[in-house]
Design a protein around this ligand. Structure first.
Ligand code: ADP
Length: 365
């Protein structure tokens, strides 16, 4: 049983980032719009520290305040909570805010880090009464680890096997009552028994441009360089409804302003900075444009996700989670049962005549 693995999680005192690992991301250049905290600036300083500083998601925040107030009033542990929604919308931030509002310590880890039930057992036995265990990318937990969580979530007990071979036996260890907060970009990948064990489930939605303007104005204040409304609006409109992307753009636009000796961020800085990042007026970056070009090459046939991944050199999951949702919502891409095709706005953007519906099966899958 002796192990030398790195620790599966680190306690996070108020407001710092979750430990996270994604082997697929290593060694690859950061994409401009990738809302991945590891792909660019460390935005921890920009993370709202209280619910009052958290912009938007009004229904979710209102609900959480109520569930937390009720739990506190009755001296109960908050029910296990699941946050779902695209990357960069504030799931991790909310987990920290919930822990803060409960006055509880938060221990952060992520699905891929927890390789074996023993990793999870090590964590759970160290969680104190009322504390929060935050598991990011909870859809990436291995099945045996996920199933191991069931009894911890429901009965606050885990079974640990001691010894091996003929002496192996299992002992049931009681845990302190804790709150599990899971975050996932792919709620559909969670098994029903797992999902059902989260008493609170909240879905985050993309932010309206005005909300992102508010995020940017606050972030600019934190960065120490005020931003003009016009400049914030330009960035907000191209940030795909995602605060993390807005903040990442802001950091570079701030650099452009500061490099020019400015003491505030003006519209011209935003235009220039976004141009330097390769972000066009529609908020699309190089990879988006490559996806559209690939679809345009096969105008009468649907293209499968695998083909897109190979042709762009990006992971299937990233294309599905990060790129496609925006391209689809904005009408640049359409997803059919057979695969992806250019959407009406995709044709317009590329200056192509709209093609007829694909009739054959997918070109590739
Ligand atoms: P997720 O866990 O959903 O990927 P995060 O919680 O890590 O997203 O949020 C990414 C960053 O975006 C945070 O560090 C914070 O700076 C910013 N952010 C997210 N949501 C908000 C919000 N509602 N108000 C202000 N800033 C936000």
């Amino acid at each position: 049983m002796a192990r030398t693995d790195p620790p599966a999680a680190a306690p996070v005192p108020g407001g710092s980032a979750a430990a996270s690992a994604d082997p697929g991301e290593s060694g690859r250049a950061a994409r401009v719009v990738a809302p991945d905290p590891r792909a660019g600036d460390d935005d921890r300083g920009l993370r709202p520290a209280t619910f009052d500083e958290f912009v938007g998601q009004a229904r979710v925040v209102q609900n959480l305040r109520t569930w937390i107030a009720a739990a506190r009033a009755a001296s109960r542990t908050l029910d296990h909570t699941l946050f779902t929604g695209p990357p960069g919308l504030g799931k991790t931030t909310l987990a920290h805010l919930v822990a803060g509002a409960l006055g509880a310590r938060l221990v952060a880890t992520s699905g891929p880090i927890l390789e074996r039930p023993a990793d999870l057992a090590g964590l759970l036995t160290k969680i104190g009464a009322g504390e929060v265990l935050f598991i990011d990318e909870v859809h990436r937990l291995r099945t045996n680890v996920e199933e191991y969580l069931y009894s911890a979530m429901e009965d606050f007990r885990i079974d640990v096997s001691i010894d091996e071979g003929p002496y192996a036996r299992s002992v049931s260890i009681p845990l302190q009552r804790f709150t599990l907060i899971g975050a996932t970009t792919r709620a559909g990948l969670l098994s029903k028994p797992f999902r059902d064990r989260f008493g609170i489930q909240e879905r985050l939605v993309p932010y309206a441009p005005e909300e992102l303007v508010a995020v940017l104005e606050r972030s600019a204040g934190v960065l120490g360089l005020p931003i003009e409304r016009d400049a914030a609006r330009v960035i907000a409109e191209r940030a795909r409804g995602t605060p993390r992307i807005a903040n990442r753009f802001l950091a570079r636009v701030r650099d452009v302003a500061q490099a020019g000796g400015a003491t505030r961020i003006a519209r011209g800085d935003a235009d220039r900075g976004l141009r330097m990042l390769g972000v066009d007026a529609e908020g699309l970056d190089d990879l988006d444009r490559r996806i559209l070009a690939i679809l345009a090459e096969a105008p009468s046939q649907a293209v499968g996700l695998k083909t897109l991944a190979v042709a762009t050199g990006e992971e299937e999951g990233t294309i599905e989670d990060v790129y496609e949702p925006y391209l689809i919502v904005r009408g640049f891409v359409r997803k059919t049962a057979r695969g992806r095709v250019l959407g009406p706005r995709g044709y317009d953007l590329l200056g192509l005549e709209r093609a007829r519906e694909p009739e054959q099966g997918a070109l590739f899958s």
